[in-house]
Design a protein around this ligand. Structure first.
Ligand SMILES: Cc1cc2nc3c(=O)[nH]c(=O)nc-3n(C[C@H](O)[C@H](O)[C@H](O)COP(=O)(O)OP(=O)(O)OC[C@H]3O[C@@H](n4cnc5c(N)ncnc54)[C@H](O)[C@@H]3O)c2cc1C
Ligand code: FES
Length: 270
C-alpha cells in the first residue's frame, strides 16, 4: 500500500436515501485542510482486503471536531463493502487529493448543478462560498433518476442556499433532468451572469456544457469529473481527460492530479 495512506476509525454510518450512505470517520489533519472538490482514496485496512484498488470519493463535509463525511452510493464491490462498515472499524484513507473548485469571489450569483453522487463536493462548496467576504446568492440544483434516491439535505445545507430538486420519474421535485430544471426554472430567475459549478455523470456534464456554450453568458464554468482512478495521484496514467484543442494531436490531462475540477469549456466532452 502507498505510504501516504493513513488508518482512520469509522465513527458512524447512516443511510441517506435508498442505496446511498454517509460514512463518517475521524481524520483531523484532512478535516482542517480539505477544500471543496478535493477527494480521497479509500480502501480496506491492510489484511482485510476484499478489494484490490482503492476507490475515489469526494469530501461531503469537514466538521470542526476533525470528523470527515463521505456520501456514497453502493454500486459495486468496493462501495458495498463500505456500506457494511460499522463504527470502530478501520479504513485506509489517502487525501485530500486533487485540484479543488476555485471560489469565484467576483461573482454575485453561483449556480451549482449536481447529478446523483456529484452532490457531495457541491454541498461542501456551497458552505465555503457562504464564508466569502461577499458571498454570492447560491442556487443548488440537484437531480436524481428516481425520487427515492434524493438525499434529504436539511441540516447539511446552510439556509441561505436555494435548493432545487429534480427527479426523472417525477416523484420528487421537478419532473425531468436537472439540466431541464436549469433552463426552464432557474436560468430565467438570474439577474447577472453566474459562476457555474458542476459535478455528476459525464453525460450530464456534457449536456450542461452544450447549454452554457450556446450563447449563455456566464462568469465561469467549473466541472468536476469522476473518471475511474487506480492510484489517485498521477502514477498509473489511468484517468486521462481529453481537452479540446485545435492541434492535430489529442491533448490529455490527468483527472486525479490536474483535476478533478477543470474549466468546463476546455474539456472535450464528446
Ligand atoms: C474524484 C472522484 C470523486 C468521486 N466521489 C464520489 C462520491 O462522493 N460518492 C460516490 O458515491 N462516488 C464517488 N465517485 C465514484 C466512486 O469512486 C465509484 O462509484 C466507485 O469507485 C465504485 O466502486 P465499486 O467498487 O463500488 O464499483 P465497481 O465494482 O468498481 O463498479 C460498479 C459500477 O460503478 C461504476 N463505476 C466504477 N467506478 C466509477 C467511477 N469512478 N465513476 C463512476 N462510475 C464508476 C462501474 O462502471 C460499475 O457500473 C467518485 C469518483 C471520482 C473519480
Ligand atoms: S488515477 Fe492514477 S494517474 Fe490518475
Amino acid at each position: 500500500m502507498n505510504p501516504a495512506f493513513t488508518r482512520v476509525t469509522v465513527t458512524g454510518i447512516r443511510q441517506a436515501a435508498g442505496d446511498t450512505h454517509v460514512l463518517t470517520f475521524r481524520d483531523e489533519c484532512a478535516a482542517a485542510a480539505i477544500q471543496p472538490g478535493q477527494f480521497c482514496m479509500l480502501s480496506p485496512a491492510p489484511g482485510a482486503s476484499c478489494i484490490y484498488l482503492p476507490r475515489p470519493f469526494s469530501y461531503f463535509r469537514a466538521l470542526d471536531d476533525g470528523r470527515v463525511e463521505i456520501l456514497f452510493r453502493a454500486l459495486g464491490r468496493g462501495t458495498r463493502w463500505m456500506a457494511g462498515l460499522r463504527p470502530g472499524d478501520s479504513v485506509a484513507v489517502f487525501g485530500p487529493l486533487g485540484r479543488p473548485f476555485q471560489l469565484e469571489a467576483g461573482a454575485a450569483r453561483a449556480v451549482l448543478v449536481a447529478g446523483g453522487v456529484g452532490l457531495p463536493p457541491l454541498a461542501l462548496l456551497a458552505e465555503r462560498l457562504l464564508r466569502l467576504e461577499r458571498p454570492p446568492r447560491i442556487d443548488l440544483l440537484y437531480g436524481e433518476t428516481r425520487g427515492e434516491r434524493v438525499v434529504e439535505l436539511g441540516g447539511v445545507l446552510p439556509p441561505a442556499v436555494r435548493l432545487w430538486t429534480a427527479s426523472e420519474d417525477g416523484s420528487t421535485g421537478f419532473r425531468g433532468r436537472v439540466t431541464e430544471l436549469l433552463t426552464q426554472k432557474v436560468w430565467p430567475t438570474l439577474d447577472t451572469p453566474p459562476a457555474v459549478y458542476t459535478c455528476g455523470p459525464r453525460a450530464m456534464l456534457a449536456a450542461l456544457a452544450d447549454i452554457l456554450g450556446d450563447g449563455r453568458e456566464v462568469h465561469s464554468f467549473q466541472a468536476s469529473l469522476e473518471e475511474n482512478m487506480a492510484c489517485g495521484h498521477g502514477i498509473c496514467m489511468g484517468c486521462a481527460v481529453e481537452l479540446a484543442t485545435d492541434a492535430p494531436q489529442p491533448y490529455y490531462k490527468l483527472c486525479c492530479k490536474d483535476g478533478p475540477v477543470f474549466n468546463g469549456f476546455e474539456v472535450k466532452w464528446r
